[in-house]
Design a protein around this ligand. Structure first.
Ligand code: PFF
Length: 504
């Protein structure tokens, strides 16, 4: 019995009881749902436009092939081979792997905590667009169309907390039913989101600012092709976009039936995600140009999705378009947030043998509470102009460490442990067992050498820019405390959970 020898006698029962995706398409849609999130409408378009349009898209695709897709494939192989969440799967390769796994889960939990806050903003926007209500606050009575007044009024009100609660209820309700809940929801969200984004791109391209917007978005600046920043940004952006280094892809692949297809799935989902982001850009920039917010200084920050876009949408298309747009953001975010909750839930269930219902309830409460500080609506004195409240300030600073340090380092060590300790050849072998197409044997070097070098180079650039430009600075003492808090949370949780006694 192959299963018994792989996993040990004690795991056979768990093995038999493990949930699986109902269909292959369900798995692919679920992975796509995770990859395609808020990053597609805020990070991606703003990075593309800031970094030189067309050439950046090309660089992104190259780095996707050399680094992003190999990482996705490796995470898939981990999950499908060991049929366990991220920490337990890595532990089977090397005991130290479990520490890395839990470090990743803690980093992911912080990410989830503030990510749901952002989806909450979008939910509040959708509500105001639908009802046409006014939001009074420090900036005066703001209509939904008054930007950025509306955003500031929202940030400075407890509505941030209301949004957080509403979104958590939805995320909880889907994940409570495990892979079945996720699969059913993405079967609806997938077509719906594509219809919305294509509709918006058509709308954008028929607006008077279409030419200027597209020019701004994709205008090649060939001299930038050789700038290191473009290449390193492409790598770190691709990790966020592909949900890599979060333990999600491993958890999702652990629910595949034995010998599930992995290679084609990795390529298809990654490219579908990029296509969605690209299409979203075709909507954003023409609309931004039409209403005159192109090149706004908020481009590149959270404010891009909540100031430039909504202003543009509602001004050119009215409240209904604004509503549809924010509904899209909520759906995009929910499918990603569900996947991250599921990654943590899978990890905990596999280690401690808890039932799903209890695990989902406990982890939802934990991550909801972790998210509350990110909703704080009091003004943050001394913080940078864009970080109006304590909540947004904390969000920006933690986002910086989670993305630039957490995701990048977790992915690097995961690639090294899997490629070198376990064996790159095994990755290729596993992928080829049921792959729609065969990976050549030289691909092992992409996994063992090229991808890690790409990650190290990207990380070196991040560290270098800290030396050149300074740490994330908003001018308060928290600038120095936040990284410490982040390290203590991630390393502390990793030590405690690795040492805790589990069932395996
Ligand atoms: N791939 C997601 C995105 O681009 O928005 C990243 C993500 C963030 C996934 C947070 C899941 C999550 F909870």
């Amino acid at each position: 019995m192959e299963v018994a020898s792989d996993l040990g006698e004690t795991s056979i029962e768990a093995e038999i009881a493990r949930e699986t995706w109902i269909t292959r398409l369900g798995f692919i849609f679920a992975v796509w749902g995770s990859m395609t999130g808020l990053g597609n409408v805020w990070n991606w378009p703003s990075k593309v436009s800031l970094l030189g349009g067309g050439p950046f898209v090309l660089i992104y695709l190259i780095m996707l092939a050399l680094v992003g897709i190999p990482v996705v494939l490796t995470e898939f192989v981990l999950g499908s081979t060991f049929r366990r969440g991220f920490p337990s799967a890595l532990k089977r390769i090397h005991p130290a792997g479990e520490f890395l796994g839990w470090f990743c889960m803690a980093n992911s939990a912080v990410l989830e905590a503030f990510y749901v806050v952002l989806i909450g903003y979008a939910a509040v926007y959708a509500g105001f667009a639908l009802t046409g209500l006014q939001l009074g606050g420090p900036m005066g009575a703001a209509y939904f169309t008054d930007q950025p007044e509306f955003f500031v009024n929202l940030l400075m009100s407890p509505l941030t907390l209301v949004g957080l609660i509403v979104v958590w209820i939805v995320v909880f309700a889907i994940d409570y039913f495990g892979t079945k809940g996720i699969e059913r929801s993405v079967m609806i969200f997938f077509p719906l989101l594509w219809i919305i984004v294509i509709g918006m791109a058509i709308f954008g391209l028929t607006q008077p600012g279409a030419a200027a917007g597209i020019n701004f978005y994709l205008n090649p600046q060939p001299n930038q092709f050789f700038e290191t920043k473009m290449w390193s940004t492409a790598v770190s952006l691709s990790f966020f976009k592909l949900s890599a280094g979060m333990g999600i892809l491993t958890a999702y692949a652990s629910y595949l039936p034995r010998k599930g297809e992995l290679t084609n799935s990795a390529v298809t989902t990654s490219l579908l995600d990029t296509t969605f982001a690209f299409t979203a850009g075709l909507a954003v920039f023409p609309i931004a140009a039409t209403v005159g917010v192109l090149g706004d200084e908020t481009v590149g920050s959270v404010g891009f999705a909540f100031v430039a876009w909504p202003g543009g949408m509602t001004m050119s298309g009215g409240n209904l378009l604004g509503f549809v747009f924010f509904l899209m953001i909520v759906f995009l975010g929910v499918t990603s947030a569900v996947s991250l909750l599921e990654a943590v839930v899978t990890a905990v269930m596999d280690k401690f043998g808890w039932p799903r219902s209890r695990t989902v309830i406990v982890m939802t409460i934990v991550m909801f509470l972790m998210g509350v500080p990110f909703t704080l609506w009091m003004a943050a004195p001394g913080a940078a102009a864009t970080d109006v409240t304590w909540g947004l300030y904390l969000l920006d600073i933690f986002d910086y460490y989670v993305e630039n340090f957490g995701l990048v380092l977790v992915t690097l060590f995961m690639m090294l442990i899997t490629g070198w300790v376990w064996g790159g050849a095994k990755i290729i072998e596993t992928a080829n067992e049921a792959g729609d197409f065969e990976l050549p044997s030289w691909y092992v070097w992409v996994i063992k050498v090229i991808a890690p070098i790409g990650i190290i180079a990207a990380f070196a650039f991040i560290v270098l820019s800290i030396f050149l430009e300074g740490l994330y600075l908003a001018g308060t003492v928290l600038d120095l405390i936040a990284p410490l808090v982040w390290v203590v949370i991630c390393a502390g949780a990793a030590i405690a959970l690795t040492m805790a006694k589990g069932v395996e």
